[in-house]
Design a protein around this ligand. Structure first.
Ligand code: AHR
Length: 547
């Protein structure tokens, strides 16, 4: 059947998808149309969403649990370098090629005094860290983090304490990091052995200030004014820095969207972006424990992106501003098991085992879905951070002697390795399955259709390569994806792999690290029409050379 035939068939059957559109289905928003038969898309690089900003695949390192202490930094380990950094961790993070790393929090930052973490280590205080009730020895601070960033080849995204912290100390932090010389705070940095400024380009104006759990939590307008004040002073130091205001920390917040509107009404002119956060889980409240619903959650992320973008555009219109804000989805991941009780209480100890989520196959498949969503929305989302990178809700986990790759490592690694160049604007047709709202938490309660196949394509004109990332949400059956390549045309399959398995709950351990790992996928021959056969319950990648 030709593409045109199937399109006609689709239009004839508009009853179904027309109804879906009328009832506000998310399908049209993601460029998807319900149609019988294999999933199919036309690939044409003239139609694209964005020139990929690689910061879309950033990560996050918080002073939390074993992320920094006994993770990144463990001076007593035989694996440590002379600065106390674990070399095996450096190798893994560098190998991933993470473009940007958010630091030092998270909830941690809202009680953090950055001055405690600089200068001679012997003089740094051990403090009670109140976000996670842990001991913070301050042996790893801003300068160590910047050194570590250089070693793993990533750019820092630093956050200010706008909770217990003052605007004065936030601005001093920028001066400490970025001013070359001749001022109080730049002189202090120099006295700490860092003659060169760190040149940190991107900064978060606090963290989750809408959350009652946040130290220094305040009403939206108060936060918006504080953020504006800090931003305005920072612009005196350097008007070109990228400043990200705190948006809603979750779609279930009672202030969701109102917070974002009020904050932006106060500080729109001084900021470049607003943050989005969300964590997802396969729970009775969020999915009814349904893996089929769980694997659709990247479409919930997509909806959140549209909603926050709409608020930004509303405020832009209100203020008649020429500036369009971009979005920073600077915390996202699956996180629902290690989320309560002992998993979030450090009991006043150093490097407690907190938020050590063990990831399974279905989590990894959804992470693939999130990557596709971020690519699809990359015209608006420029920065996004997988939260987090090590030990704490992380793709990488350490023990005393090695680093384990959890299941979610693999889709993230593929995005970093293969997604390059332009993100194409695809129109996809294919079959769908129904999800139901009944019994679910309000922000996930939807009666809608979900495509079995979720696909994203990037084309790197310069290096003549393309990348196809494919999620098959069908839990039972293999599904086909037909790609009609108008421009460019693939000439060779360079790599083709899939992450799949019979047990959605399978996970890796130090003893059995190969339970969820990619395996080769038989690719179709390269050419103008390619039909991928995607295993049930799978996320797959193909790297193609193009002519
Ligand atoms: O990433 C874990 C925590 O989740 C962060 O500290 C906080 O910002 C969010 O609520």
């Amino acid at each position: 059947m030709s593409f045109i035939d199937s399109r006609r068939r689709f239009l004839r059957a508009l009853g179904t998808s027309g109804a879906a559109l009328a009832s506000g289905s998310w399908l049209s928003r993601i460029g998807f149309a319900a149609a019988a038969g294999p999933a199919r898309a036309v690939v044409n690089q003239a139609r694209y969403r964005s020139d990929l900003d690689r910061r879309l695949f950033g990560a996050f390192l918080e002073h939390l649990g074993r992320a920094v202490y006994t993770g990144v930094y463990e001076p007593t380990s035989p694996l440590a370098d002379r600065q106390g950094f674990r070399t095996d961790v450096i190798a893994q993070v560098k190998g991933l090629g993470v473009p940007v790393m958010r630091y030092p929090g998270g909830n941690f930052v809202s009680g953090y005094n950055w001055l405690d973490g600089v200068g001679p280590k012997a003089q740094r205080p051990t403090v009670l860290e109140r976000a996670w009730n842990s001991l913070e020895p301050n042996q790893f601070g801003t300068n160590e983090f910047i050194d570590w960033c250089r070693l793993v080849n990533t750019d820092p995204l630093l956050a200010f304490n706008l909770g217990t912290g003052t605007p004065e100390m936030a601005v001093a932090y920028v001066e400490y990091c970025n001013v070359d010389s001749g001022t109080k705070w730049s002189a202090l940095r120099r006295s700490h052995g860092y003659a060169e400024p760190h040149r940190v380009r991107q900064w978060c104006l606090g963290n989750e200030m809408d959350g009652p759990w946040q130290m220094g939590h305040m009403p939206a307008r108060d936060y918006g004014r504080k953020a504006r004040d800090v931003a305005r002073q920072i612009r005196v130091i350097d008007s070109t820095l990228q400043l990200i205001a705190c948006g809603s920390s979750n779609t279930i917040m009672p202030t969701y969207l109102v917070w974002d509107r009020e904050v932006l009404e106060e500080c729109y002119d001084q900021v470049d972006a607003i943050s989005l956060h969300n964590y997802y889980g396969n729970t009775p409240a969020l999915t009814g424990n349904s893996s089929a619903r769980f694997l659709a959650m990247n479409l919930d992320m997509e909806r959140q992106i549209h909603e926050i973008a709409a608020v930004c555009d509303y405020v832009q219109g209100l203020l008649k501003s020429p500036k369009r804000l971009w979005l920073s989805f600077d915390e996202w991941n699956v996180w629902y098991r290690a989320r309560n009780g002992p998993a979030v209480d450090g009991k006043r100890t150093l490097a407690p085992k907190l938020l050590e989520e063990v990831y399974n196959l279905e989590d990894a498949l959804l992470i693939g879905g999130f990557i596709n969503t971020l690519l699809r929305q990359s015209d608006r989302v420029r920065v996004a951070c997988l939260a987090q990178i090590l030990n704490v809700i992380a793709p990488l986990v350490t023990n005393a002697t090695s680093v384990l790759r959890q299941s979610i490592y693999y889709p993230y690694a593929w995005a970093l390795k293969y997604a390059r160049g332009r993100v194409l604007d695809l129109t996809v047709e294919g079959e769908t399955y129904a999800i139901a709202a009944t019994g679910l938490r309000a922000d996930f309660a939807r009666d809608d259709q979900v495509p079995f196949i979720d696909v994203a394509v990037t084309v790197d004109q310069q290096n003549k390569q393309a990348c196809v990332l494919m999620l098959n949400r069908d839990l039972e059956s293999e599904r086909e994806l037909v790609l009609d390549w108008r421009d460019p045309t693939p000439s060779r399959v360079v790599a083709c792999e899939t992450l799949t398995g019979s047990d959605l709950k399978a996970f890796n351990t130090f003893e059995r690290p190969q339970q969820v790992v990619p395996r080769p996928l038989d690719p179709p021959a390269a050419g103008a029409r390619m039909t991928f056969k995607l295993p049930p319950r799978s996320y797959s990648v193909a790297q193609l050379a193009t002519s």
